[in-house]
Write a protein that binds this ligand. Structure first.
Ligand code: PA5
Length: 440
């Protein structure tokens, strides 16, 4: 089971920078009582450990026969699948089939690179969009759609849509052309959707049973409403992070996993935290990081820069490889001492030493620990962070499931690209461009 260590936000460890156990308990209990009321229907994500997997498994069986698998989606419709791929099948394309490409950002060169490395005849394209209205995803879908049709290939054999069960453009096209569909439950929003077919389909395509992940999820989900604080680490994490901001002014949350396989988990967490909590003038800024790499890049700032951060470590007890460092150069102490240890020992020691250095320097930090990286534990981490984030949102008194702040940018894009009904936004863009002052 995923564990939390919150000692280093307590004043007994970090003095004035810390908070008391009584304060943590008070807000943790408040978080539990708030979540127990299930104030938003979007809390349905907590029950995702139990779901019908028949369609996911059937389509994944078929998908495994393809040479290439392309996933089109962005935000919550791509970051979770990226974590699944990188954490559970690292360097996948060097070793396994189908080769997998996740195309989220509509960078034209990335698109060209993908197209040059696949054969559309052997390609299955999974288009993921809950709304069916996201410009980036729809643009890349349109390009692939035309390519498939131009080659006289059957769209039913080359597309799978993952979308809303009832509405949206993808749903409509699927009905008209008989495209196989997987559904994201109505009440589950993008950044909380990795445990729906958004992530589970890819998980099955890479050969891992969804049940393995969902079993881990179940264990964490069942603790979400537990009143005993010993049994509810998510409430303690939410309370700690909330207090670090509201009482101690720590406006930045650095997410710091110690494993290359969890690098994209940093990106996933940052989207979850930022889009869920940054509203009504509230929230803190998540900062994606990686240990031990960023010890040689960011640590100086964390240790001696502005006192505005809390570090959220994610440590992995066993990395699954015991590569030993050879004993060479006995006469050079700077190399000799490394010999006989393993890389796992070194990366874990780097984590511990950084945590201690920060603590000695009175910098608040929390640590989440997983025994090893597998589907079970990755499921636990996803759910742990989703529950913690949404609980923190309830403590702030905001809705952690909407994102009103992204609408204006979308409307301006529609206007600039000539979408009907957005003419005034198009005019606004033209005026704005006229007002820009360039210098050379
Ligand atoms: O969390 C969210 O709701 C967003 O980040 C969405 O996932 C993102 O905007 C993509 O939306 P959609 O799946 O509707 O294309």
């Amino acid at each position: 089971m995923v564990k939390l260590d919150f000692s280093n936000v307590l004043s007994e460890e970090i003095g004035h920078a810390g908070v008391s156990i009584t304060e943590i308990e008070y807000y943790a209990k408040k978080a539990i009582s708030l979540i127990s009321e299930k104030p938003y229907k979007e809390f349905d994500f907590i029950g995702l450990y139990s779901q019908d997997l028949t369609a996911v498994k059937e389509l994944a069986n078929k998908a495994r026969d393809y040479e290439y698998f392309i996933l089109l989606g962005i935000g919550g419709s791509a970051l979770g699948p990226k974590v699944i791929l990188e954490a559970l099948s690292p360097m996948h394309n060097l070793k396994k089939k189908p080769k997998i490409f996740i195309y989220d950002n509509v960078d034209p060169v990335t698109f060209k690179n993908i197209i040059e490395n696949i054969d559309l005849r052997g390609t299955l394209i999974n288009v993921i969009s809950k709304s069916g209205a996201t410009s980036e995803t729809l643009a890349s879908f349109l390009i692939f759609w035309k390519m498939i049709r131009d080659r006289k290939l059957d769209v039913k054999e080359h597309f799978v849509f993952t979308t809303d069960p009832e509405k949206g453009n993808l749903r409509r096209i699927a009905d008209e052309y008989g495209i196989p569909c997987l559904f994201i439950p109505k009440n589950v929003v993008g950044r909380y959707s990795v445990l729906t077919p958004v992530g589970l389909f890819l998980l099955e395509v890479i050969g891992i049973k969804s049940e393995e992940m969902l079993e881990g999820v179940r264990e964490v989900s069942e603790k979400a409403l537990n009143n005993s604080l010993e049994e509810n680490p998510m409430a303690v994490a939410a309370s700690s992070l909330y207090l670090m901001d509201t009482i101690k002014g720590k406006k930045i949350v650095v997410f710091l996993p110690y494993s290359d396989r969890l690098k994209t988990l940093s990106e996933w967490f940052c989207q979850l935290w930022a889009e869920s909590l940054g509203k009504e003038g509230k929230g803190t800024t998540p900062y994606p990081s990686l240990g031990s790499t960023d010890q040689h890049s960011q640590l100086q700032l964390w240790m001696e820069g502005p006192e505005d951060k809390v570090i959220l470590f994610l440590s992995v007890e066993r990395h699954g490889c015991q590569e030993e460092i050879p004993e060479e150069f006995h006469d050079i102490e700077g190399l000799r001492f490394l010999g006989g240890h393993t890389l796992e020992e070194l990366i874990n020691t780097e984590q511990l030493a950084t945590e201690m250095a920060l603590t000695i320097n009175k910098k608040p930090n929390l640590k989440i620990i997983i025994p090893k990286i597998n589907a079970y534990n990755i499921g636990q981490i996803f759910q742990f962070l989703q529950i913690t984030t949404s609980m923190t949102g309830l403590l702030y008194g905001i809705n952690p499931f909407n994102q009103p702040g992204v609408e204006l940018g979308k409307r301006l894009t529609y206007g600039a690209m000539g979408r009907r009904g957005f003419e005034s936004e198009g005019e606004e863009i033209k005026d704005y461009l006229k007002r820009q002052r360039f210098m050379i």
